[in-house]
Design a protein around this ligand. Sequence first.
Ligand SMILES: [Zn+2]
Ligand SMILES: [Zn+2]
Ligand SMILES: [Zn+2]
Length: 344
Amino acid sequence: MNALQATLDKARADLNAHIIRIGLRMRYSDLEDAIRKHCIQLPRTAQMMLHPKPIDFVFTPKCRTALERPLEFGFRAEDPLKTMAPMLVKRWNIDVKKKLTRYMRRHLRRIPAGVDPLNLAVAVFTCAHCTDVSRDCRGSIPARARIMRYPEVLCHQCLPLEHGNLPNAEDDLYTRIVTRPNFIKDNYERNEEQDPLSWRCVPFDTGRLENGPVAVANIERMRRVVSALGLDGARATTDELKACGGWLRCTLCEPGGPEEPVKRVYDWVAAFDHENVHFGNSIESGAERNGMWQRVDQPELLATVQELEPAARKALLSDRRPYWCCSLCNYESSIRYIKTHLKD
Ligand SMILES: [Zn+2]
Ligand SMILES: [Zn+2]
Ligand SMILES: [Zn+2]
């Protein structure tokens, strides 16, 4: 084979890869639309947004065949991806729930009979990537995002990403294209799939959750908060925790009995996060840590909290980090633009 032939072969392969990527991109978007149409009805709720992404199905054989189907032009009565979407979503929901239940059973100390472990107030998931102490950017993760429960864990940003570059056992053109995070974006350059990459999109997998002592320590941290609020740490459900509305005092910052005046009170989300201030990443437990929370119930204090709550809620609205979705249409943006959108 001479040099000219080699150049021609390379050009042909590149062109072929380019055409394959264009086809995949169209089918992938079709699948995304089909999933969204099936899962989201207006007015949409936060719960509806916890749907699977096309990447969750790209390696299931039937779906892959449909995605790789060559492009055809002209009228088609039925799009196979659209027909498949409801079943794919249904199976995915069952499958992820099973995997997350298995994870939680491994980490909970004891689960009373007849209780769904995913509904327990102490059932918090820990992301291995977010809690990786070797990462410098750890502090940049918003505190409130660190309590992960079912079903919100399904949309945690780290879980559909995997560190590391191909090639590996499944390295083929299809995999190299569909796992690139910008695969359906306009900034994808021609034959970009030939370049190395440090992050890949992958189907949802509990393997990227933290396993072992750190995961158990976070569940115990939640258990301390739940128990201090007066709930049963082994049985209380998430709904009971959300409904209990109690406030806690940190006895390490402000020692003194439950009847003493207190400057700062914590709800369960803030309390879970506040442990970091005293114990950092340490997972050791001890008497000091076990007794750090105390419920405050003085009527005058609760009245003050109630008085301050509207202002605190309003302050949340000026937080630029959250992403907002209009419930009446497909509009999604930051608080600044969503405010204008809602006025229109
Ligand atoms: Zn994470
Ligand atoms: Zn404190
Ligand atoms: Zn809207």
